[in-house]
Design a protein around this ligand. Structure first.
Ligand code: XIL
Length: 317
């Protein structure tokens, strides 16, 4: 059968990729599939490039975990999406509970972004510079960054990232951009405003954590096209499709259709550069621990055997 990165490239896309995480890299059967570059041409570190891992104490940087993923990508000929630089979650408490002024928090963001992006400069296809800035109602999430700096924290981080690695594509990444409504409208407005202000922005990531049967291909395509019309690229960055357990055979067929449909939208949008799944196997999916009663969201099962969803991806390309 066709390998997924090969299928993506044959269809004119840049990559098909997967998230992975450092603890999984001791699983030799898992790594054997992960390392097949015909299957995956791109990696995203699931956790080890986040702020709490990289700068656990102020100005104390630890690149051990991130380097392990970056080195693996380099050794196996894969591109990397750096994930992520500024996010409300998985923040060390020295940031989230610090006492900040506009000046001190600006310097903290600049130092974090500059140091991390410089460390990986030349190795990254893209960075999720800003992760999940919006609430579902389209208002800005009131985290420490917004509460201190307003939406200026976004341009502060993007500008620092561009200076540290001019060749990396700079992304804003969020979930629930896949549907019509206030959240996608807010993202379109944000990109419009950033472009008007000459702030560097190259791409928007659609996380795409779907619930079985809830893919709305038409909205997804419209939303991607609204953004590419503004001069940015788009990508599916964290695709999975969770099933309320126990999963039936019919559910797995619906899941195949869901994956096919999402990949098909990326195919239909020329500015959609690639698709990343949020780990390839149910064995290491984040879903069961986060969404109680749900699971089996990935294209490979817990025994590393491809599910019908795998064929759906091939059909989508
Ligand atoms: C998840 C990881 O997969 C988990 O291991 C971790 O415990 C929590 O974060 N949106 C994102 C990702 O942008 O960083 C999240 O990753 C999933 C949701």
């Amino acid at each position: 059968t066709v390998a997924l990165n090969n299928a993506a490239k044959a269809a004119g896309k840049l990559y098909f990729g997967t998230a992975t995480d450092n603890p999984e890299l001791t699983d030799t059967a898992y790594v054997a599939i992960l390392n097949n570059t015909n299957m995956f041409g791109q990696l995203t570190p699931g956790n080890s490039m986040k702020w709490d891992a990289i700068e656990p104490e102020q100005n104390v940087f630890d690149f051990t975990g991130g380097d392990q993923i970056a080195d693996l990508a380099e050794a196996t000929g894969k591109i990397i999406r750096g994930h992520n630089l500024v996010w409300y979650s998985q923040l060390p408490t020295w940031v989230s509970s610090g006492t900040w002024t506009t000046e001190t928090l600006t310097a903290v963001i600049q130092n974090h972004v500059t140091t991390e992006v410089s460390h990986y400069a030349g190795k990254m296809y893209a960075w999720d510079v800003i992760n999940e800035p919006f609430n579902d109602d389209g208002t800005f999430r009131t985290d420490v960054f917004y509460n201190t700096l307003g939406s200026d924290y976004i341009s502060i981080a993007l500008t620092a990232a561009r200076a540290a690695d001019p060749n990396a594509k700079l992304y804003i990444n969020d979930y629930n951009l896949e549907y019509s409504g206030a959240k996608i409208d807010a993202m379109v407005q944000l990109v419009t405003d950033l472009k008007a202000a000459d702030v560097p922005i190259d791409g928007i990531g659609f996380e795409s954590h779907f619930i079985l049967g809830e893919v709305d291909a038409s909205s997804l395509q419209t939303n991607m096209e609204s953004l590419t019309a503004l001069g940015v690229e788009v990508a599916i960055t964290e695709l999975d499709d969770r099933i309320e357990l126990p999963a039936t055979d019919a559910d797995l067929e619906q899941q195949k259709a869901d994956y096919e449909s999402v990949v098909g939208v990326c195919m239909a949008v020329s500015g959609c550069v690639g698709v990343t799944i949020w780990d390839y196997t149910d064995k290491y999916s984040w879903i069961p621990s986060t969404f109680s009663g749900y699971g089996e969201a990935c294209p490979w099962d817990e025994n590393l055997v491809p599910k019908p969803a795998y064929d759906g991806i091939v059909l989508g390309f």
